[in-house]
Design a protein around this ligand. Structure first.
Ligand code: KIV
Length: 287
């Protein structure tokens, strides 16, 4: 639970890395989920483009648009007052000119009221990361399995398994740090490779399927709650079964509507006797 309402900053996240206090990050996509996640004491809320899959029902994050991200980011920032809110830049929103990319990133802060953006990719996104940070837009990097490139990667697979791939990831993390990123997500990376990256850079690493040696962890809200999420990758731990609870509650409702048990007398409003008389006429018995 939260012990202070002072908003979290990138400096706080750096201090957490320095003092080896793990950072807890979680996705949220709307006002109630943001409120609940914040109440639980999460440091960083990610408005992930995973919303394309867990909220909008797409097969991947590729169809998610800037307008989708803005819509959900606005709802999350209305619910989160203390947690540091990071919004994902969706597919192709940072692959045009650097100016267009900075403009899109700026919209997530100006209109969505996020505190920072997350960008997938390594050295190829360095110019955008540099310009964003120069413009005052904090950037979180994201390397390893980058879901927006799922069609190029050939599926959701662990990245950086051999020496050359591990070294490439290390160089990408270092390049993102040099470009000004304040943190970097490592997704589906062997624990030993994530540990090497974590000790080699001074910005926090946030792991998802990257082992316990990262400076923090992130999971998807719907996975943590088993809330109608389709896939359960090896790295996910569900702490509740909300999907089951919802189906049980809804089935009880359906049953009570069909049997006439709901609504009960205490759920009804009543007109005055005078109105009832006029409506039904004198002498009509009320059941
Ligand atoms: O979109 C998302 O939820 C993410 C996390 C998996 C890191 O990028």
């Amino acid at each position: 639970m939260v012990d202070s309402m002072v908003p979290i900053t990138t400096a706080d996240l750096r201090k957490k890395k320095a003092s080896r206090q793990p950072i807890a990050m979680m996705t949220a996509y709307d006002y109630p989920s943001a409120k609940l996640v914040e109440e639980a004491g999460v440091d960083v809320i990610l408005v992930g483009d995973s919303l394309g899959m867990v909220v909008l029902g797409y097969d991947s994050t590729v169809p998610v648009t800037m307008e989708d991200m803005l819509h959900h980011t606005k709802a999350v920032t209305r619910g989160a007052k203390r947690a540091f809110v990071v919004a994902d830049m969706p597919f192709l929103s940072y692959h045009g000119t650097v100016e267009e990319s900075v403009k899109n990133a700026g919209r997530l802060l100006q209109e969505g009221l996020a505190k920072a953006v997350k960008i997938e990719g390594g050295k190829e996104v360095v110019p955008v990361v540099k310009r964003c940070t120069q413009a005052g837009i904090p950037v979180m990097g994201h390397i390893g399995l980058t879901p927006q490139s799922v069609h190029q990667l050939g599926g959701y697979k662990v990245q950086g398994r051999d020496l050359a791939a591990a070294q490439r990831l290390l160089e990408e993390a270092q390049a993102l740090e040099e470009a000004g990123a304040f943190a970097v997500v490592l997704e589906c990376v062997p624990e030993e490779v994530a540990a090497k990256i974590t000790e080699s850079i001074s910005i926090p690493t946030i792991g998802i399927g990257a082992g316990v040696k990262c400076d923090g962890q992130v999971l998807v809200f719907h996975d943590v709650l088993a809330y109608a999420s389709q896939l359960k990758p090896k790295f996910v731990k569900s702490y509740a079964n909300i999907g089951k609870t919802i189906v049980e509650a809804m089935s009880a409702y359906v049953e009570e509507v069909r049997s006439g048990k709901f609504p009960a007398p205490e759920h009804a409003f009543h007109a005055s006797e005078e109105t009832i008389k006029q409506l039904y006429g004198e002498g009509v018995a009320q059941s």
